[in-house]
Design a protein around this ligand. Structure first.
Ligand SMILES: [Zn+2]
Length: 145
């Protein structure tokens, strides 16, 4: 699998694709069951399962996954959930949509509360640890436009 990495090849502290199970699980209402999903990527199809846990510093997810040909060994392989990831292509989820960027780039100066980006040798993005699409979407939703 093509894990996100910085210019030195390190994967620590790099945000994963929004379409991956480890992030998609946060939008699943059922917090008591594991969430499984097939994800089509440029390097093939993977099956992953994830669940969320709570800690003093917030919610996090734990996940494992395998290439499609090995899924026969795992409970949860019967899932019909499917997603497509085009990462590391920046247009997949790393770069906000053009319309949001045109409206909000330069007008917001967010900073992250979570410190996962501190693990990164080369923190990604203009605002390390901040998902610009989420910030711009929030601003757009509250702007009355
Ligand atoms: Zn992505």
């Amino acid at each position: 699998m093509n894990f996100p990495q910085d210019h030195t090849g390190a994967i620590e502290g790099q945000p994963s694709c929004k379409a991956w199970t480890s992030r998609a699980v946060f939008d699943v209402p059922d917090k008591f069951s594991a969430y499984s999903q097939y994800t089509d990527t440029p390097s093939g199809t993977y099956w992953c399962t994830a669940r969320t846990e709570r800690s003093a510093s917030g919610e996090f997810s734990l996940s494992i996954g395998v290439p499609y040909q090995h899924v026969k060994w795992f409970r949860g392989r019967e899932t019909t959930a499917r997603a497509t990831s085009n990462c590391p292509d920046p247009t997949c989820c790393k770069r906000p949509p053009e319309a949001l960027t045109a409206e909000w780039a330069g007008n917001a100066w967010p900073s992250a509360r979570a410190h996962s980006h501190l693990l990164a040798a080369m923190p990604p993005g203009a605002f390390p640890g901040v998902d610009e699409t989420e910030v711009y979407s929030f601003l757009q939703a509250h702007s009355g436009n």
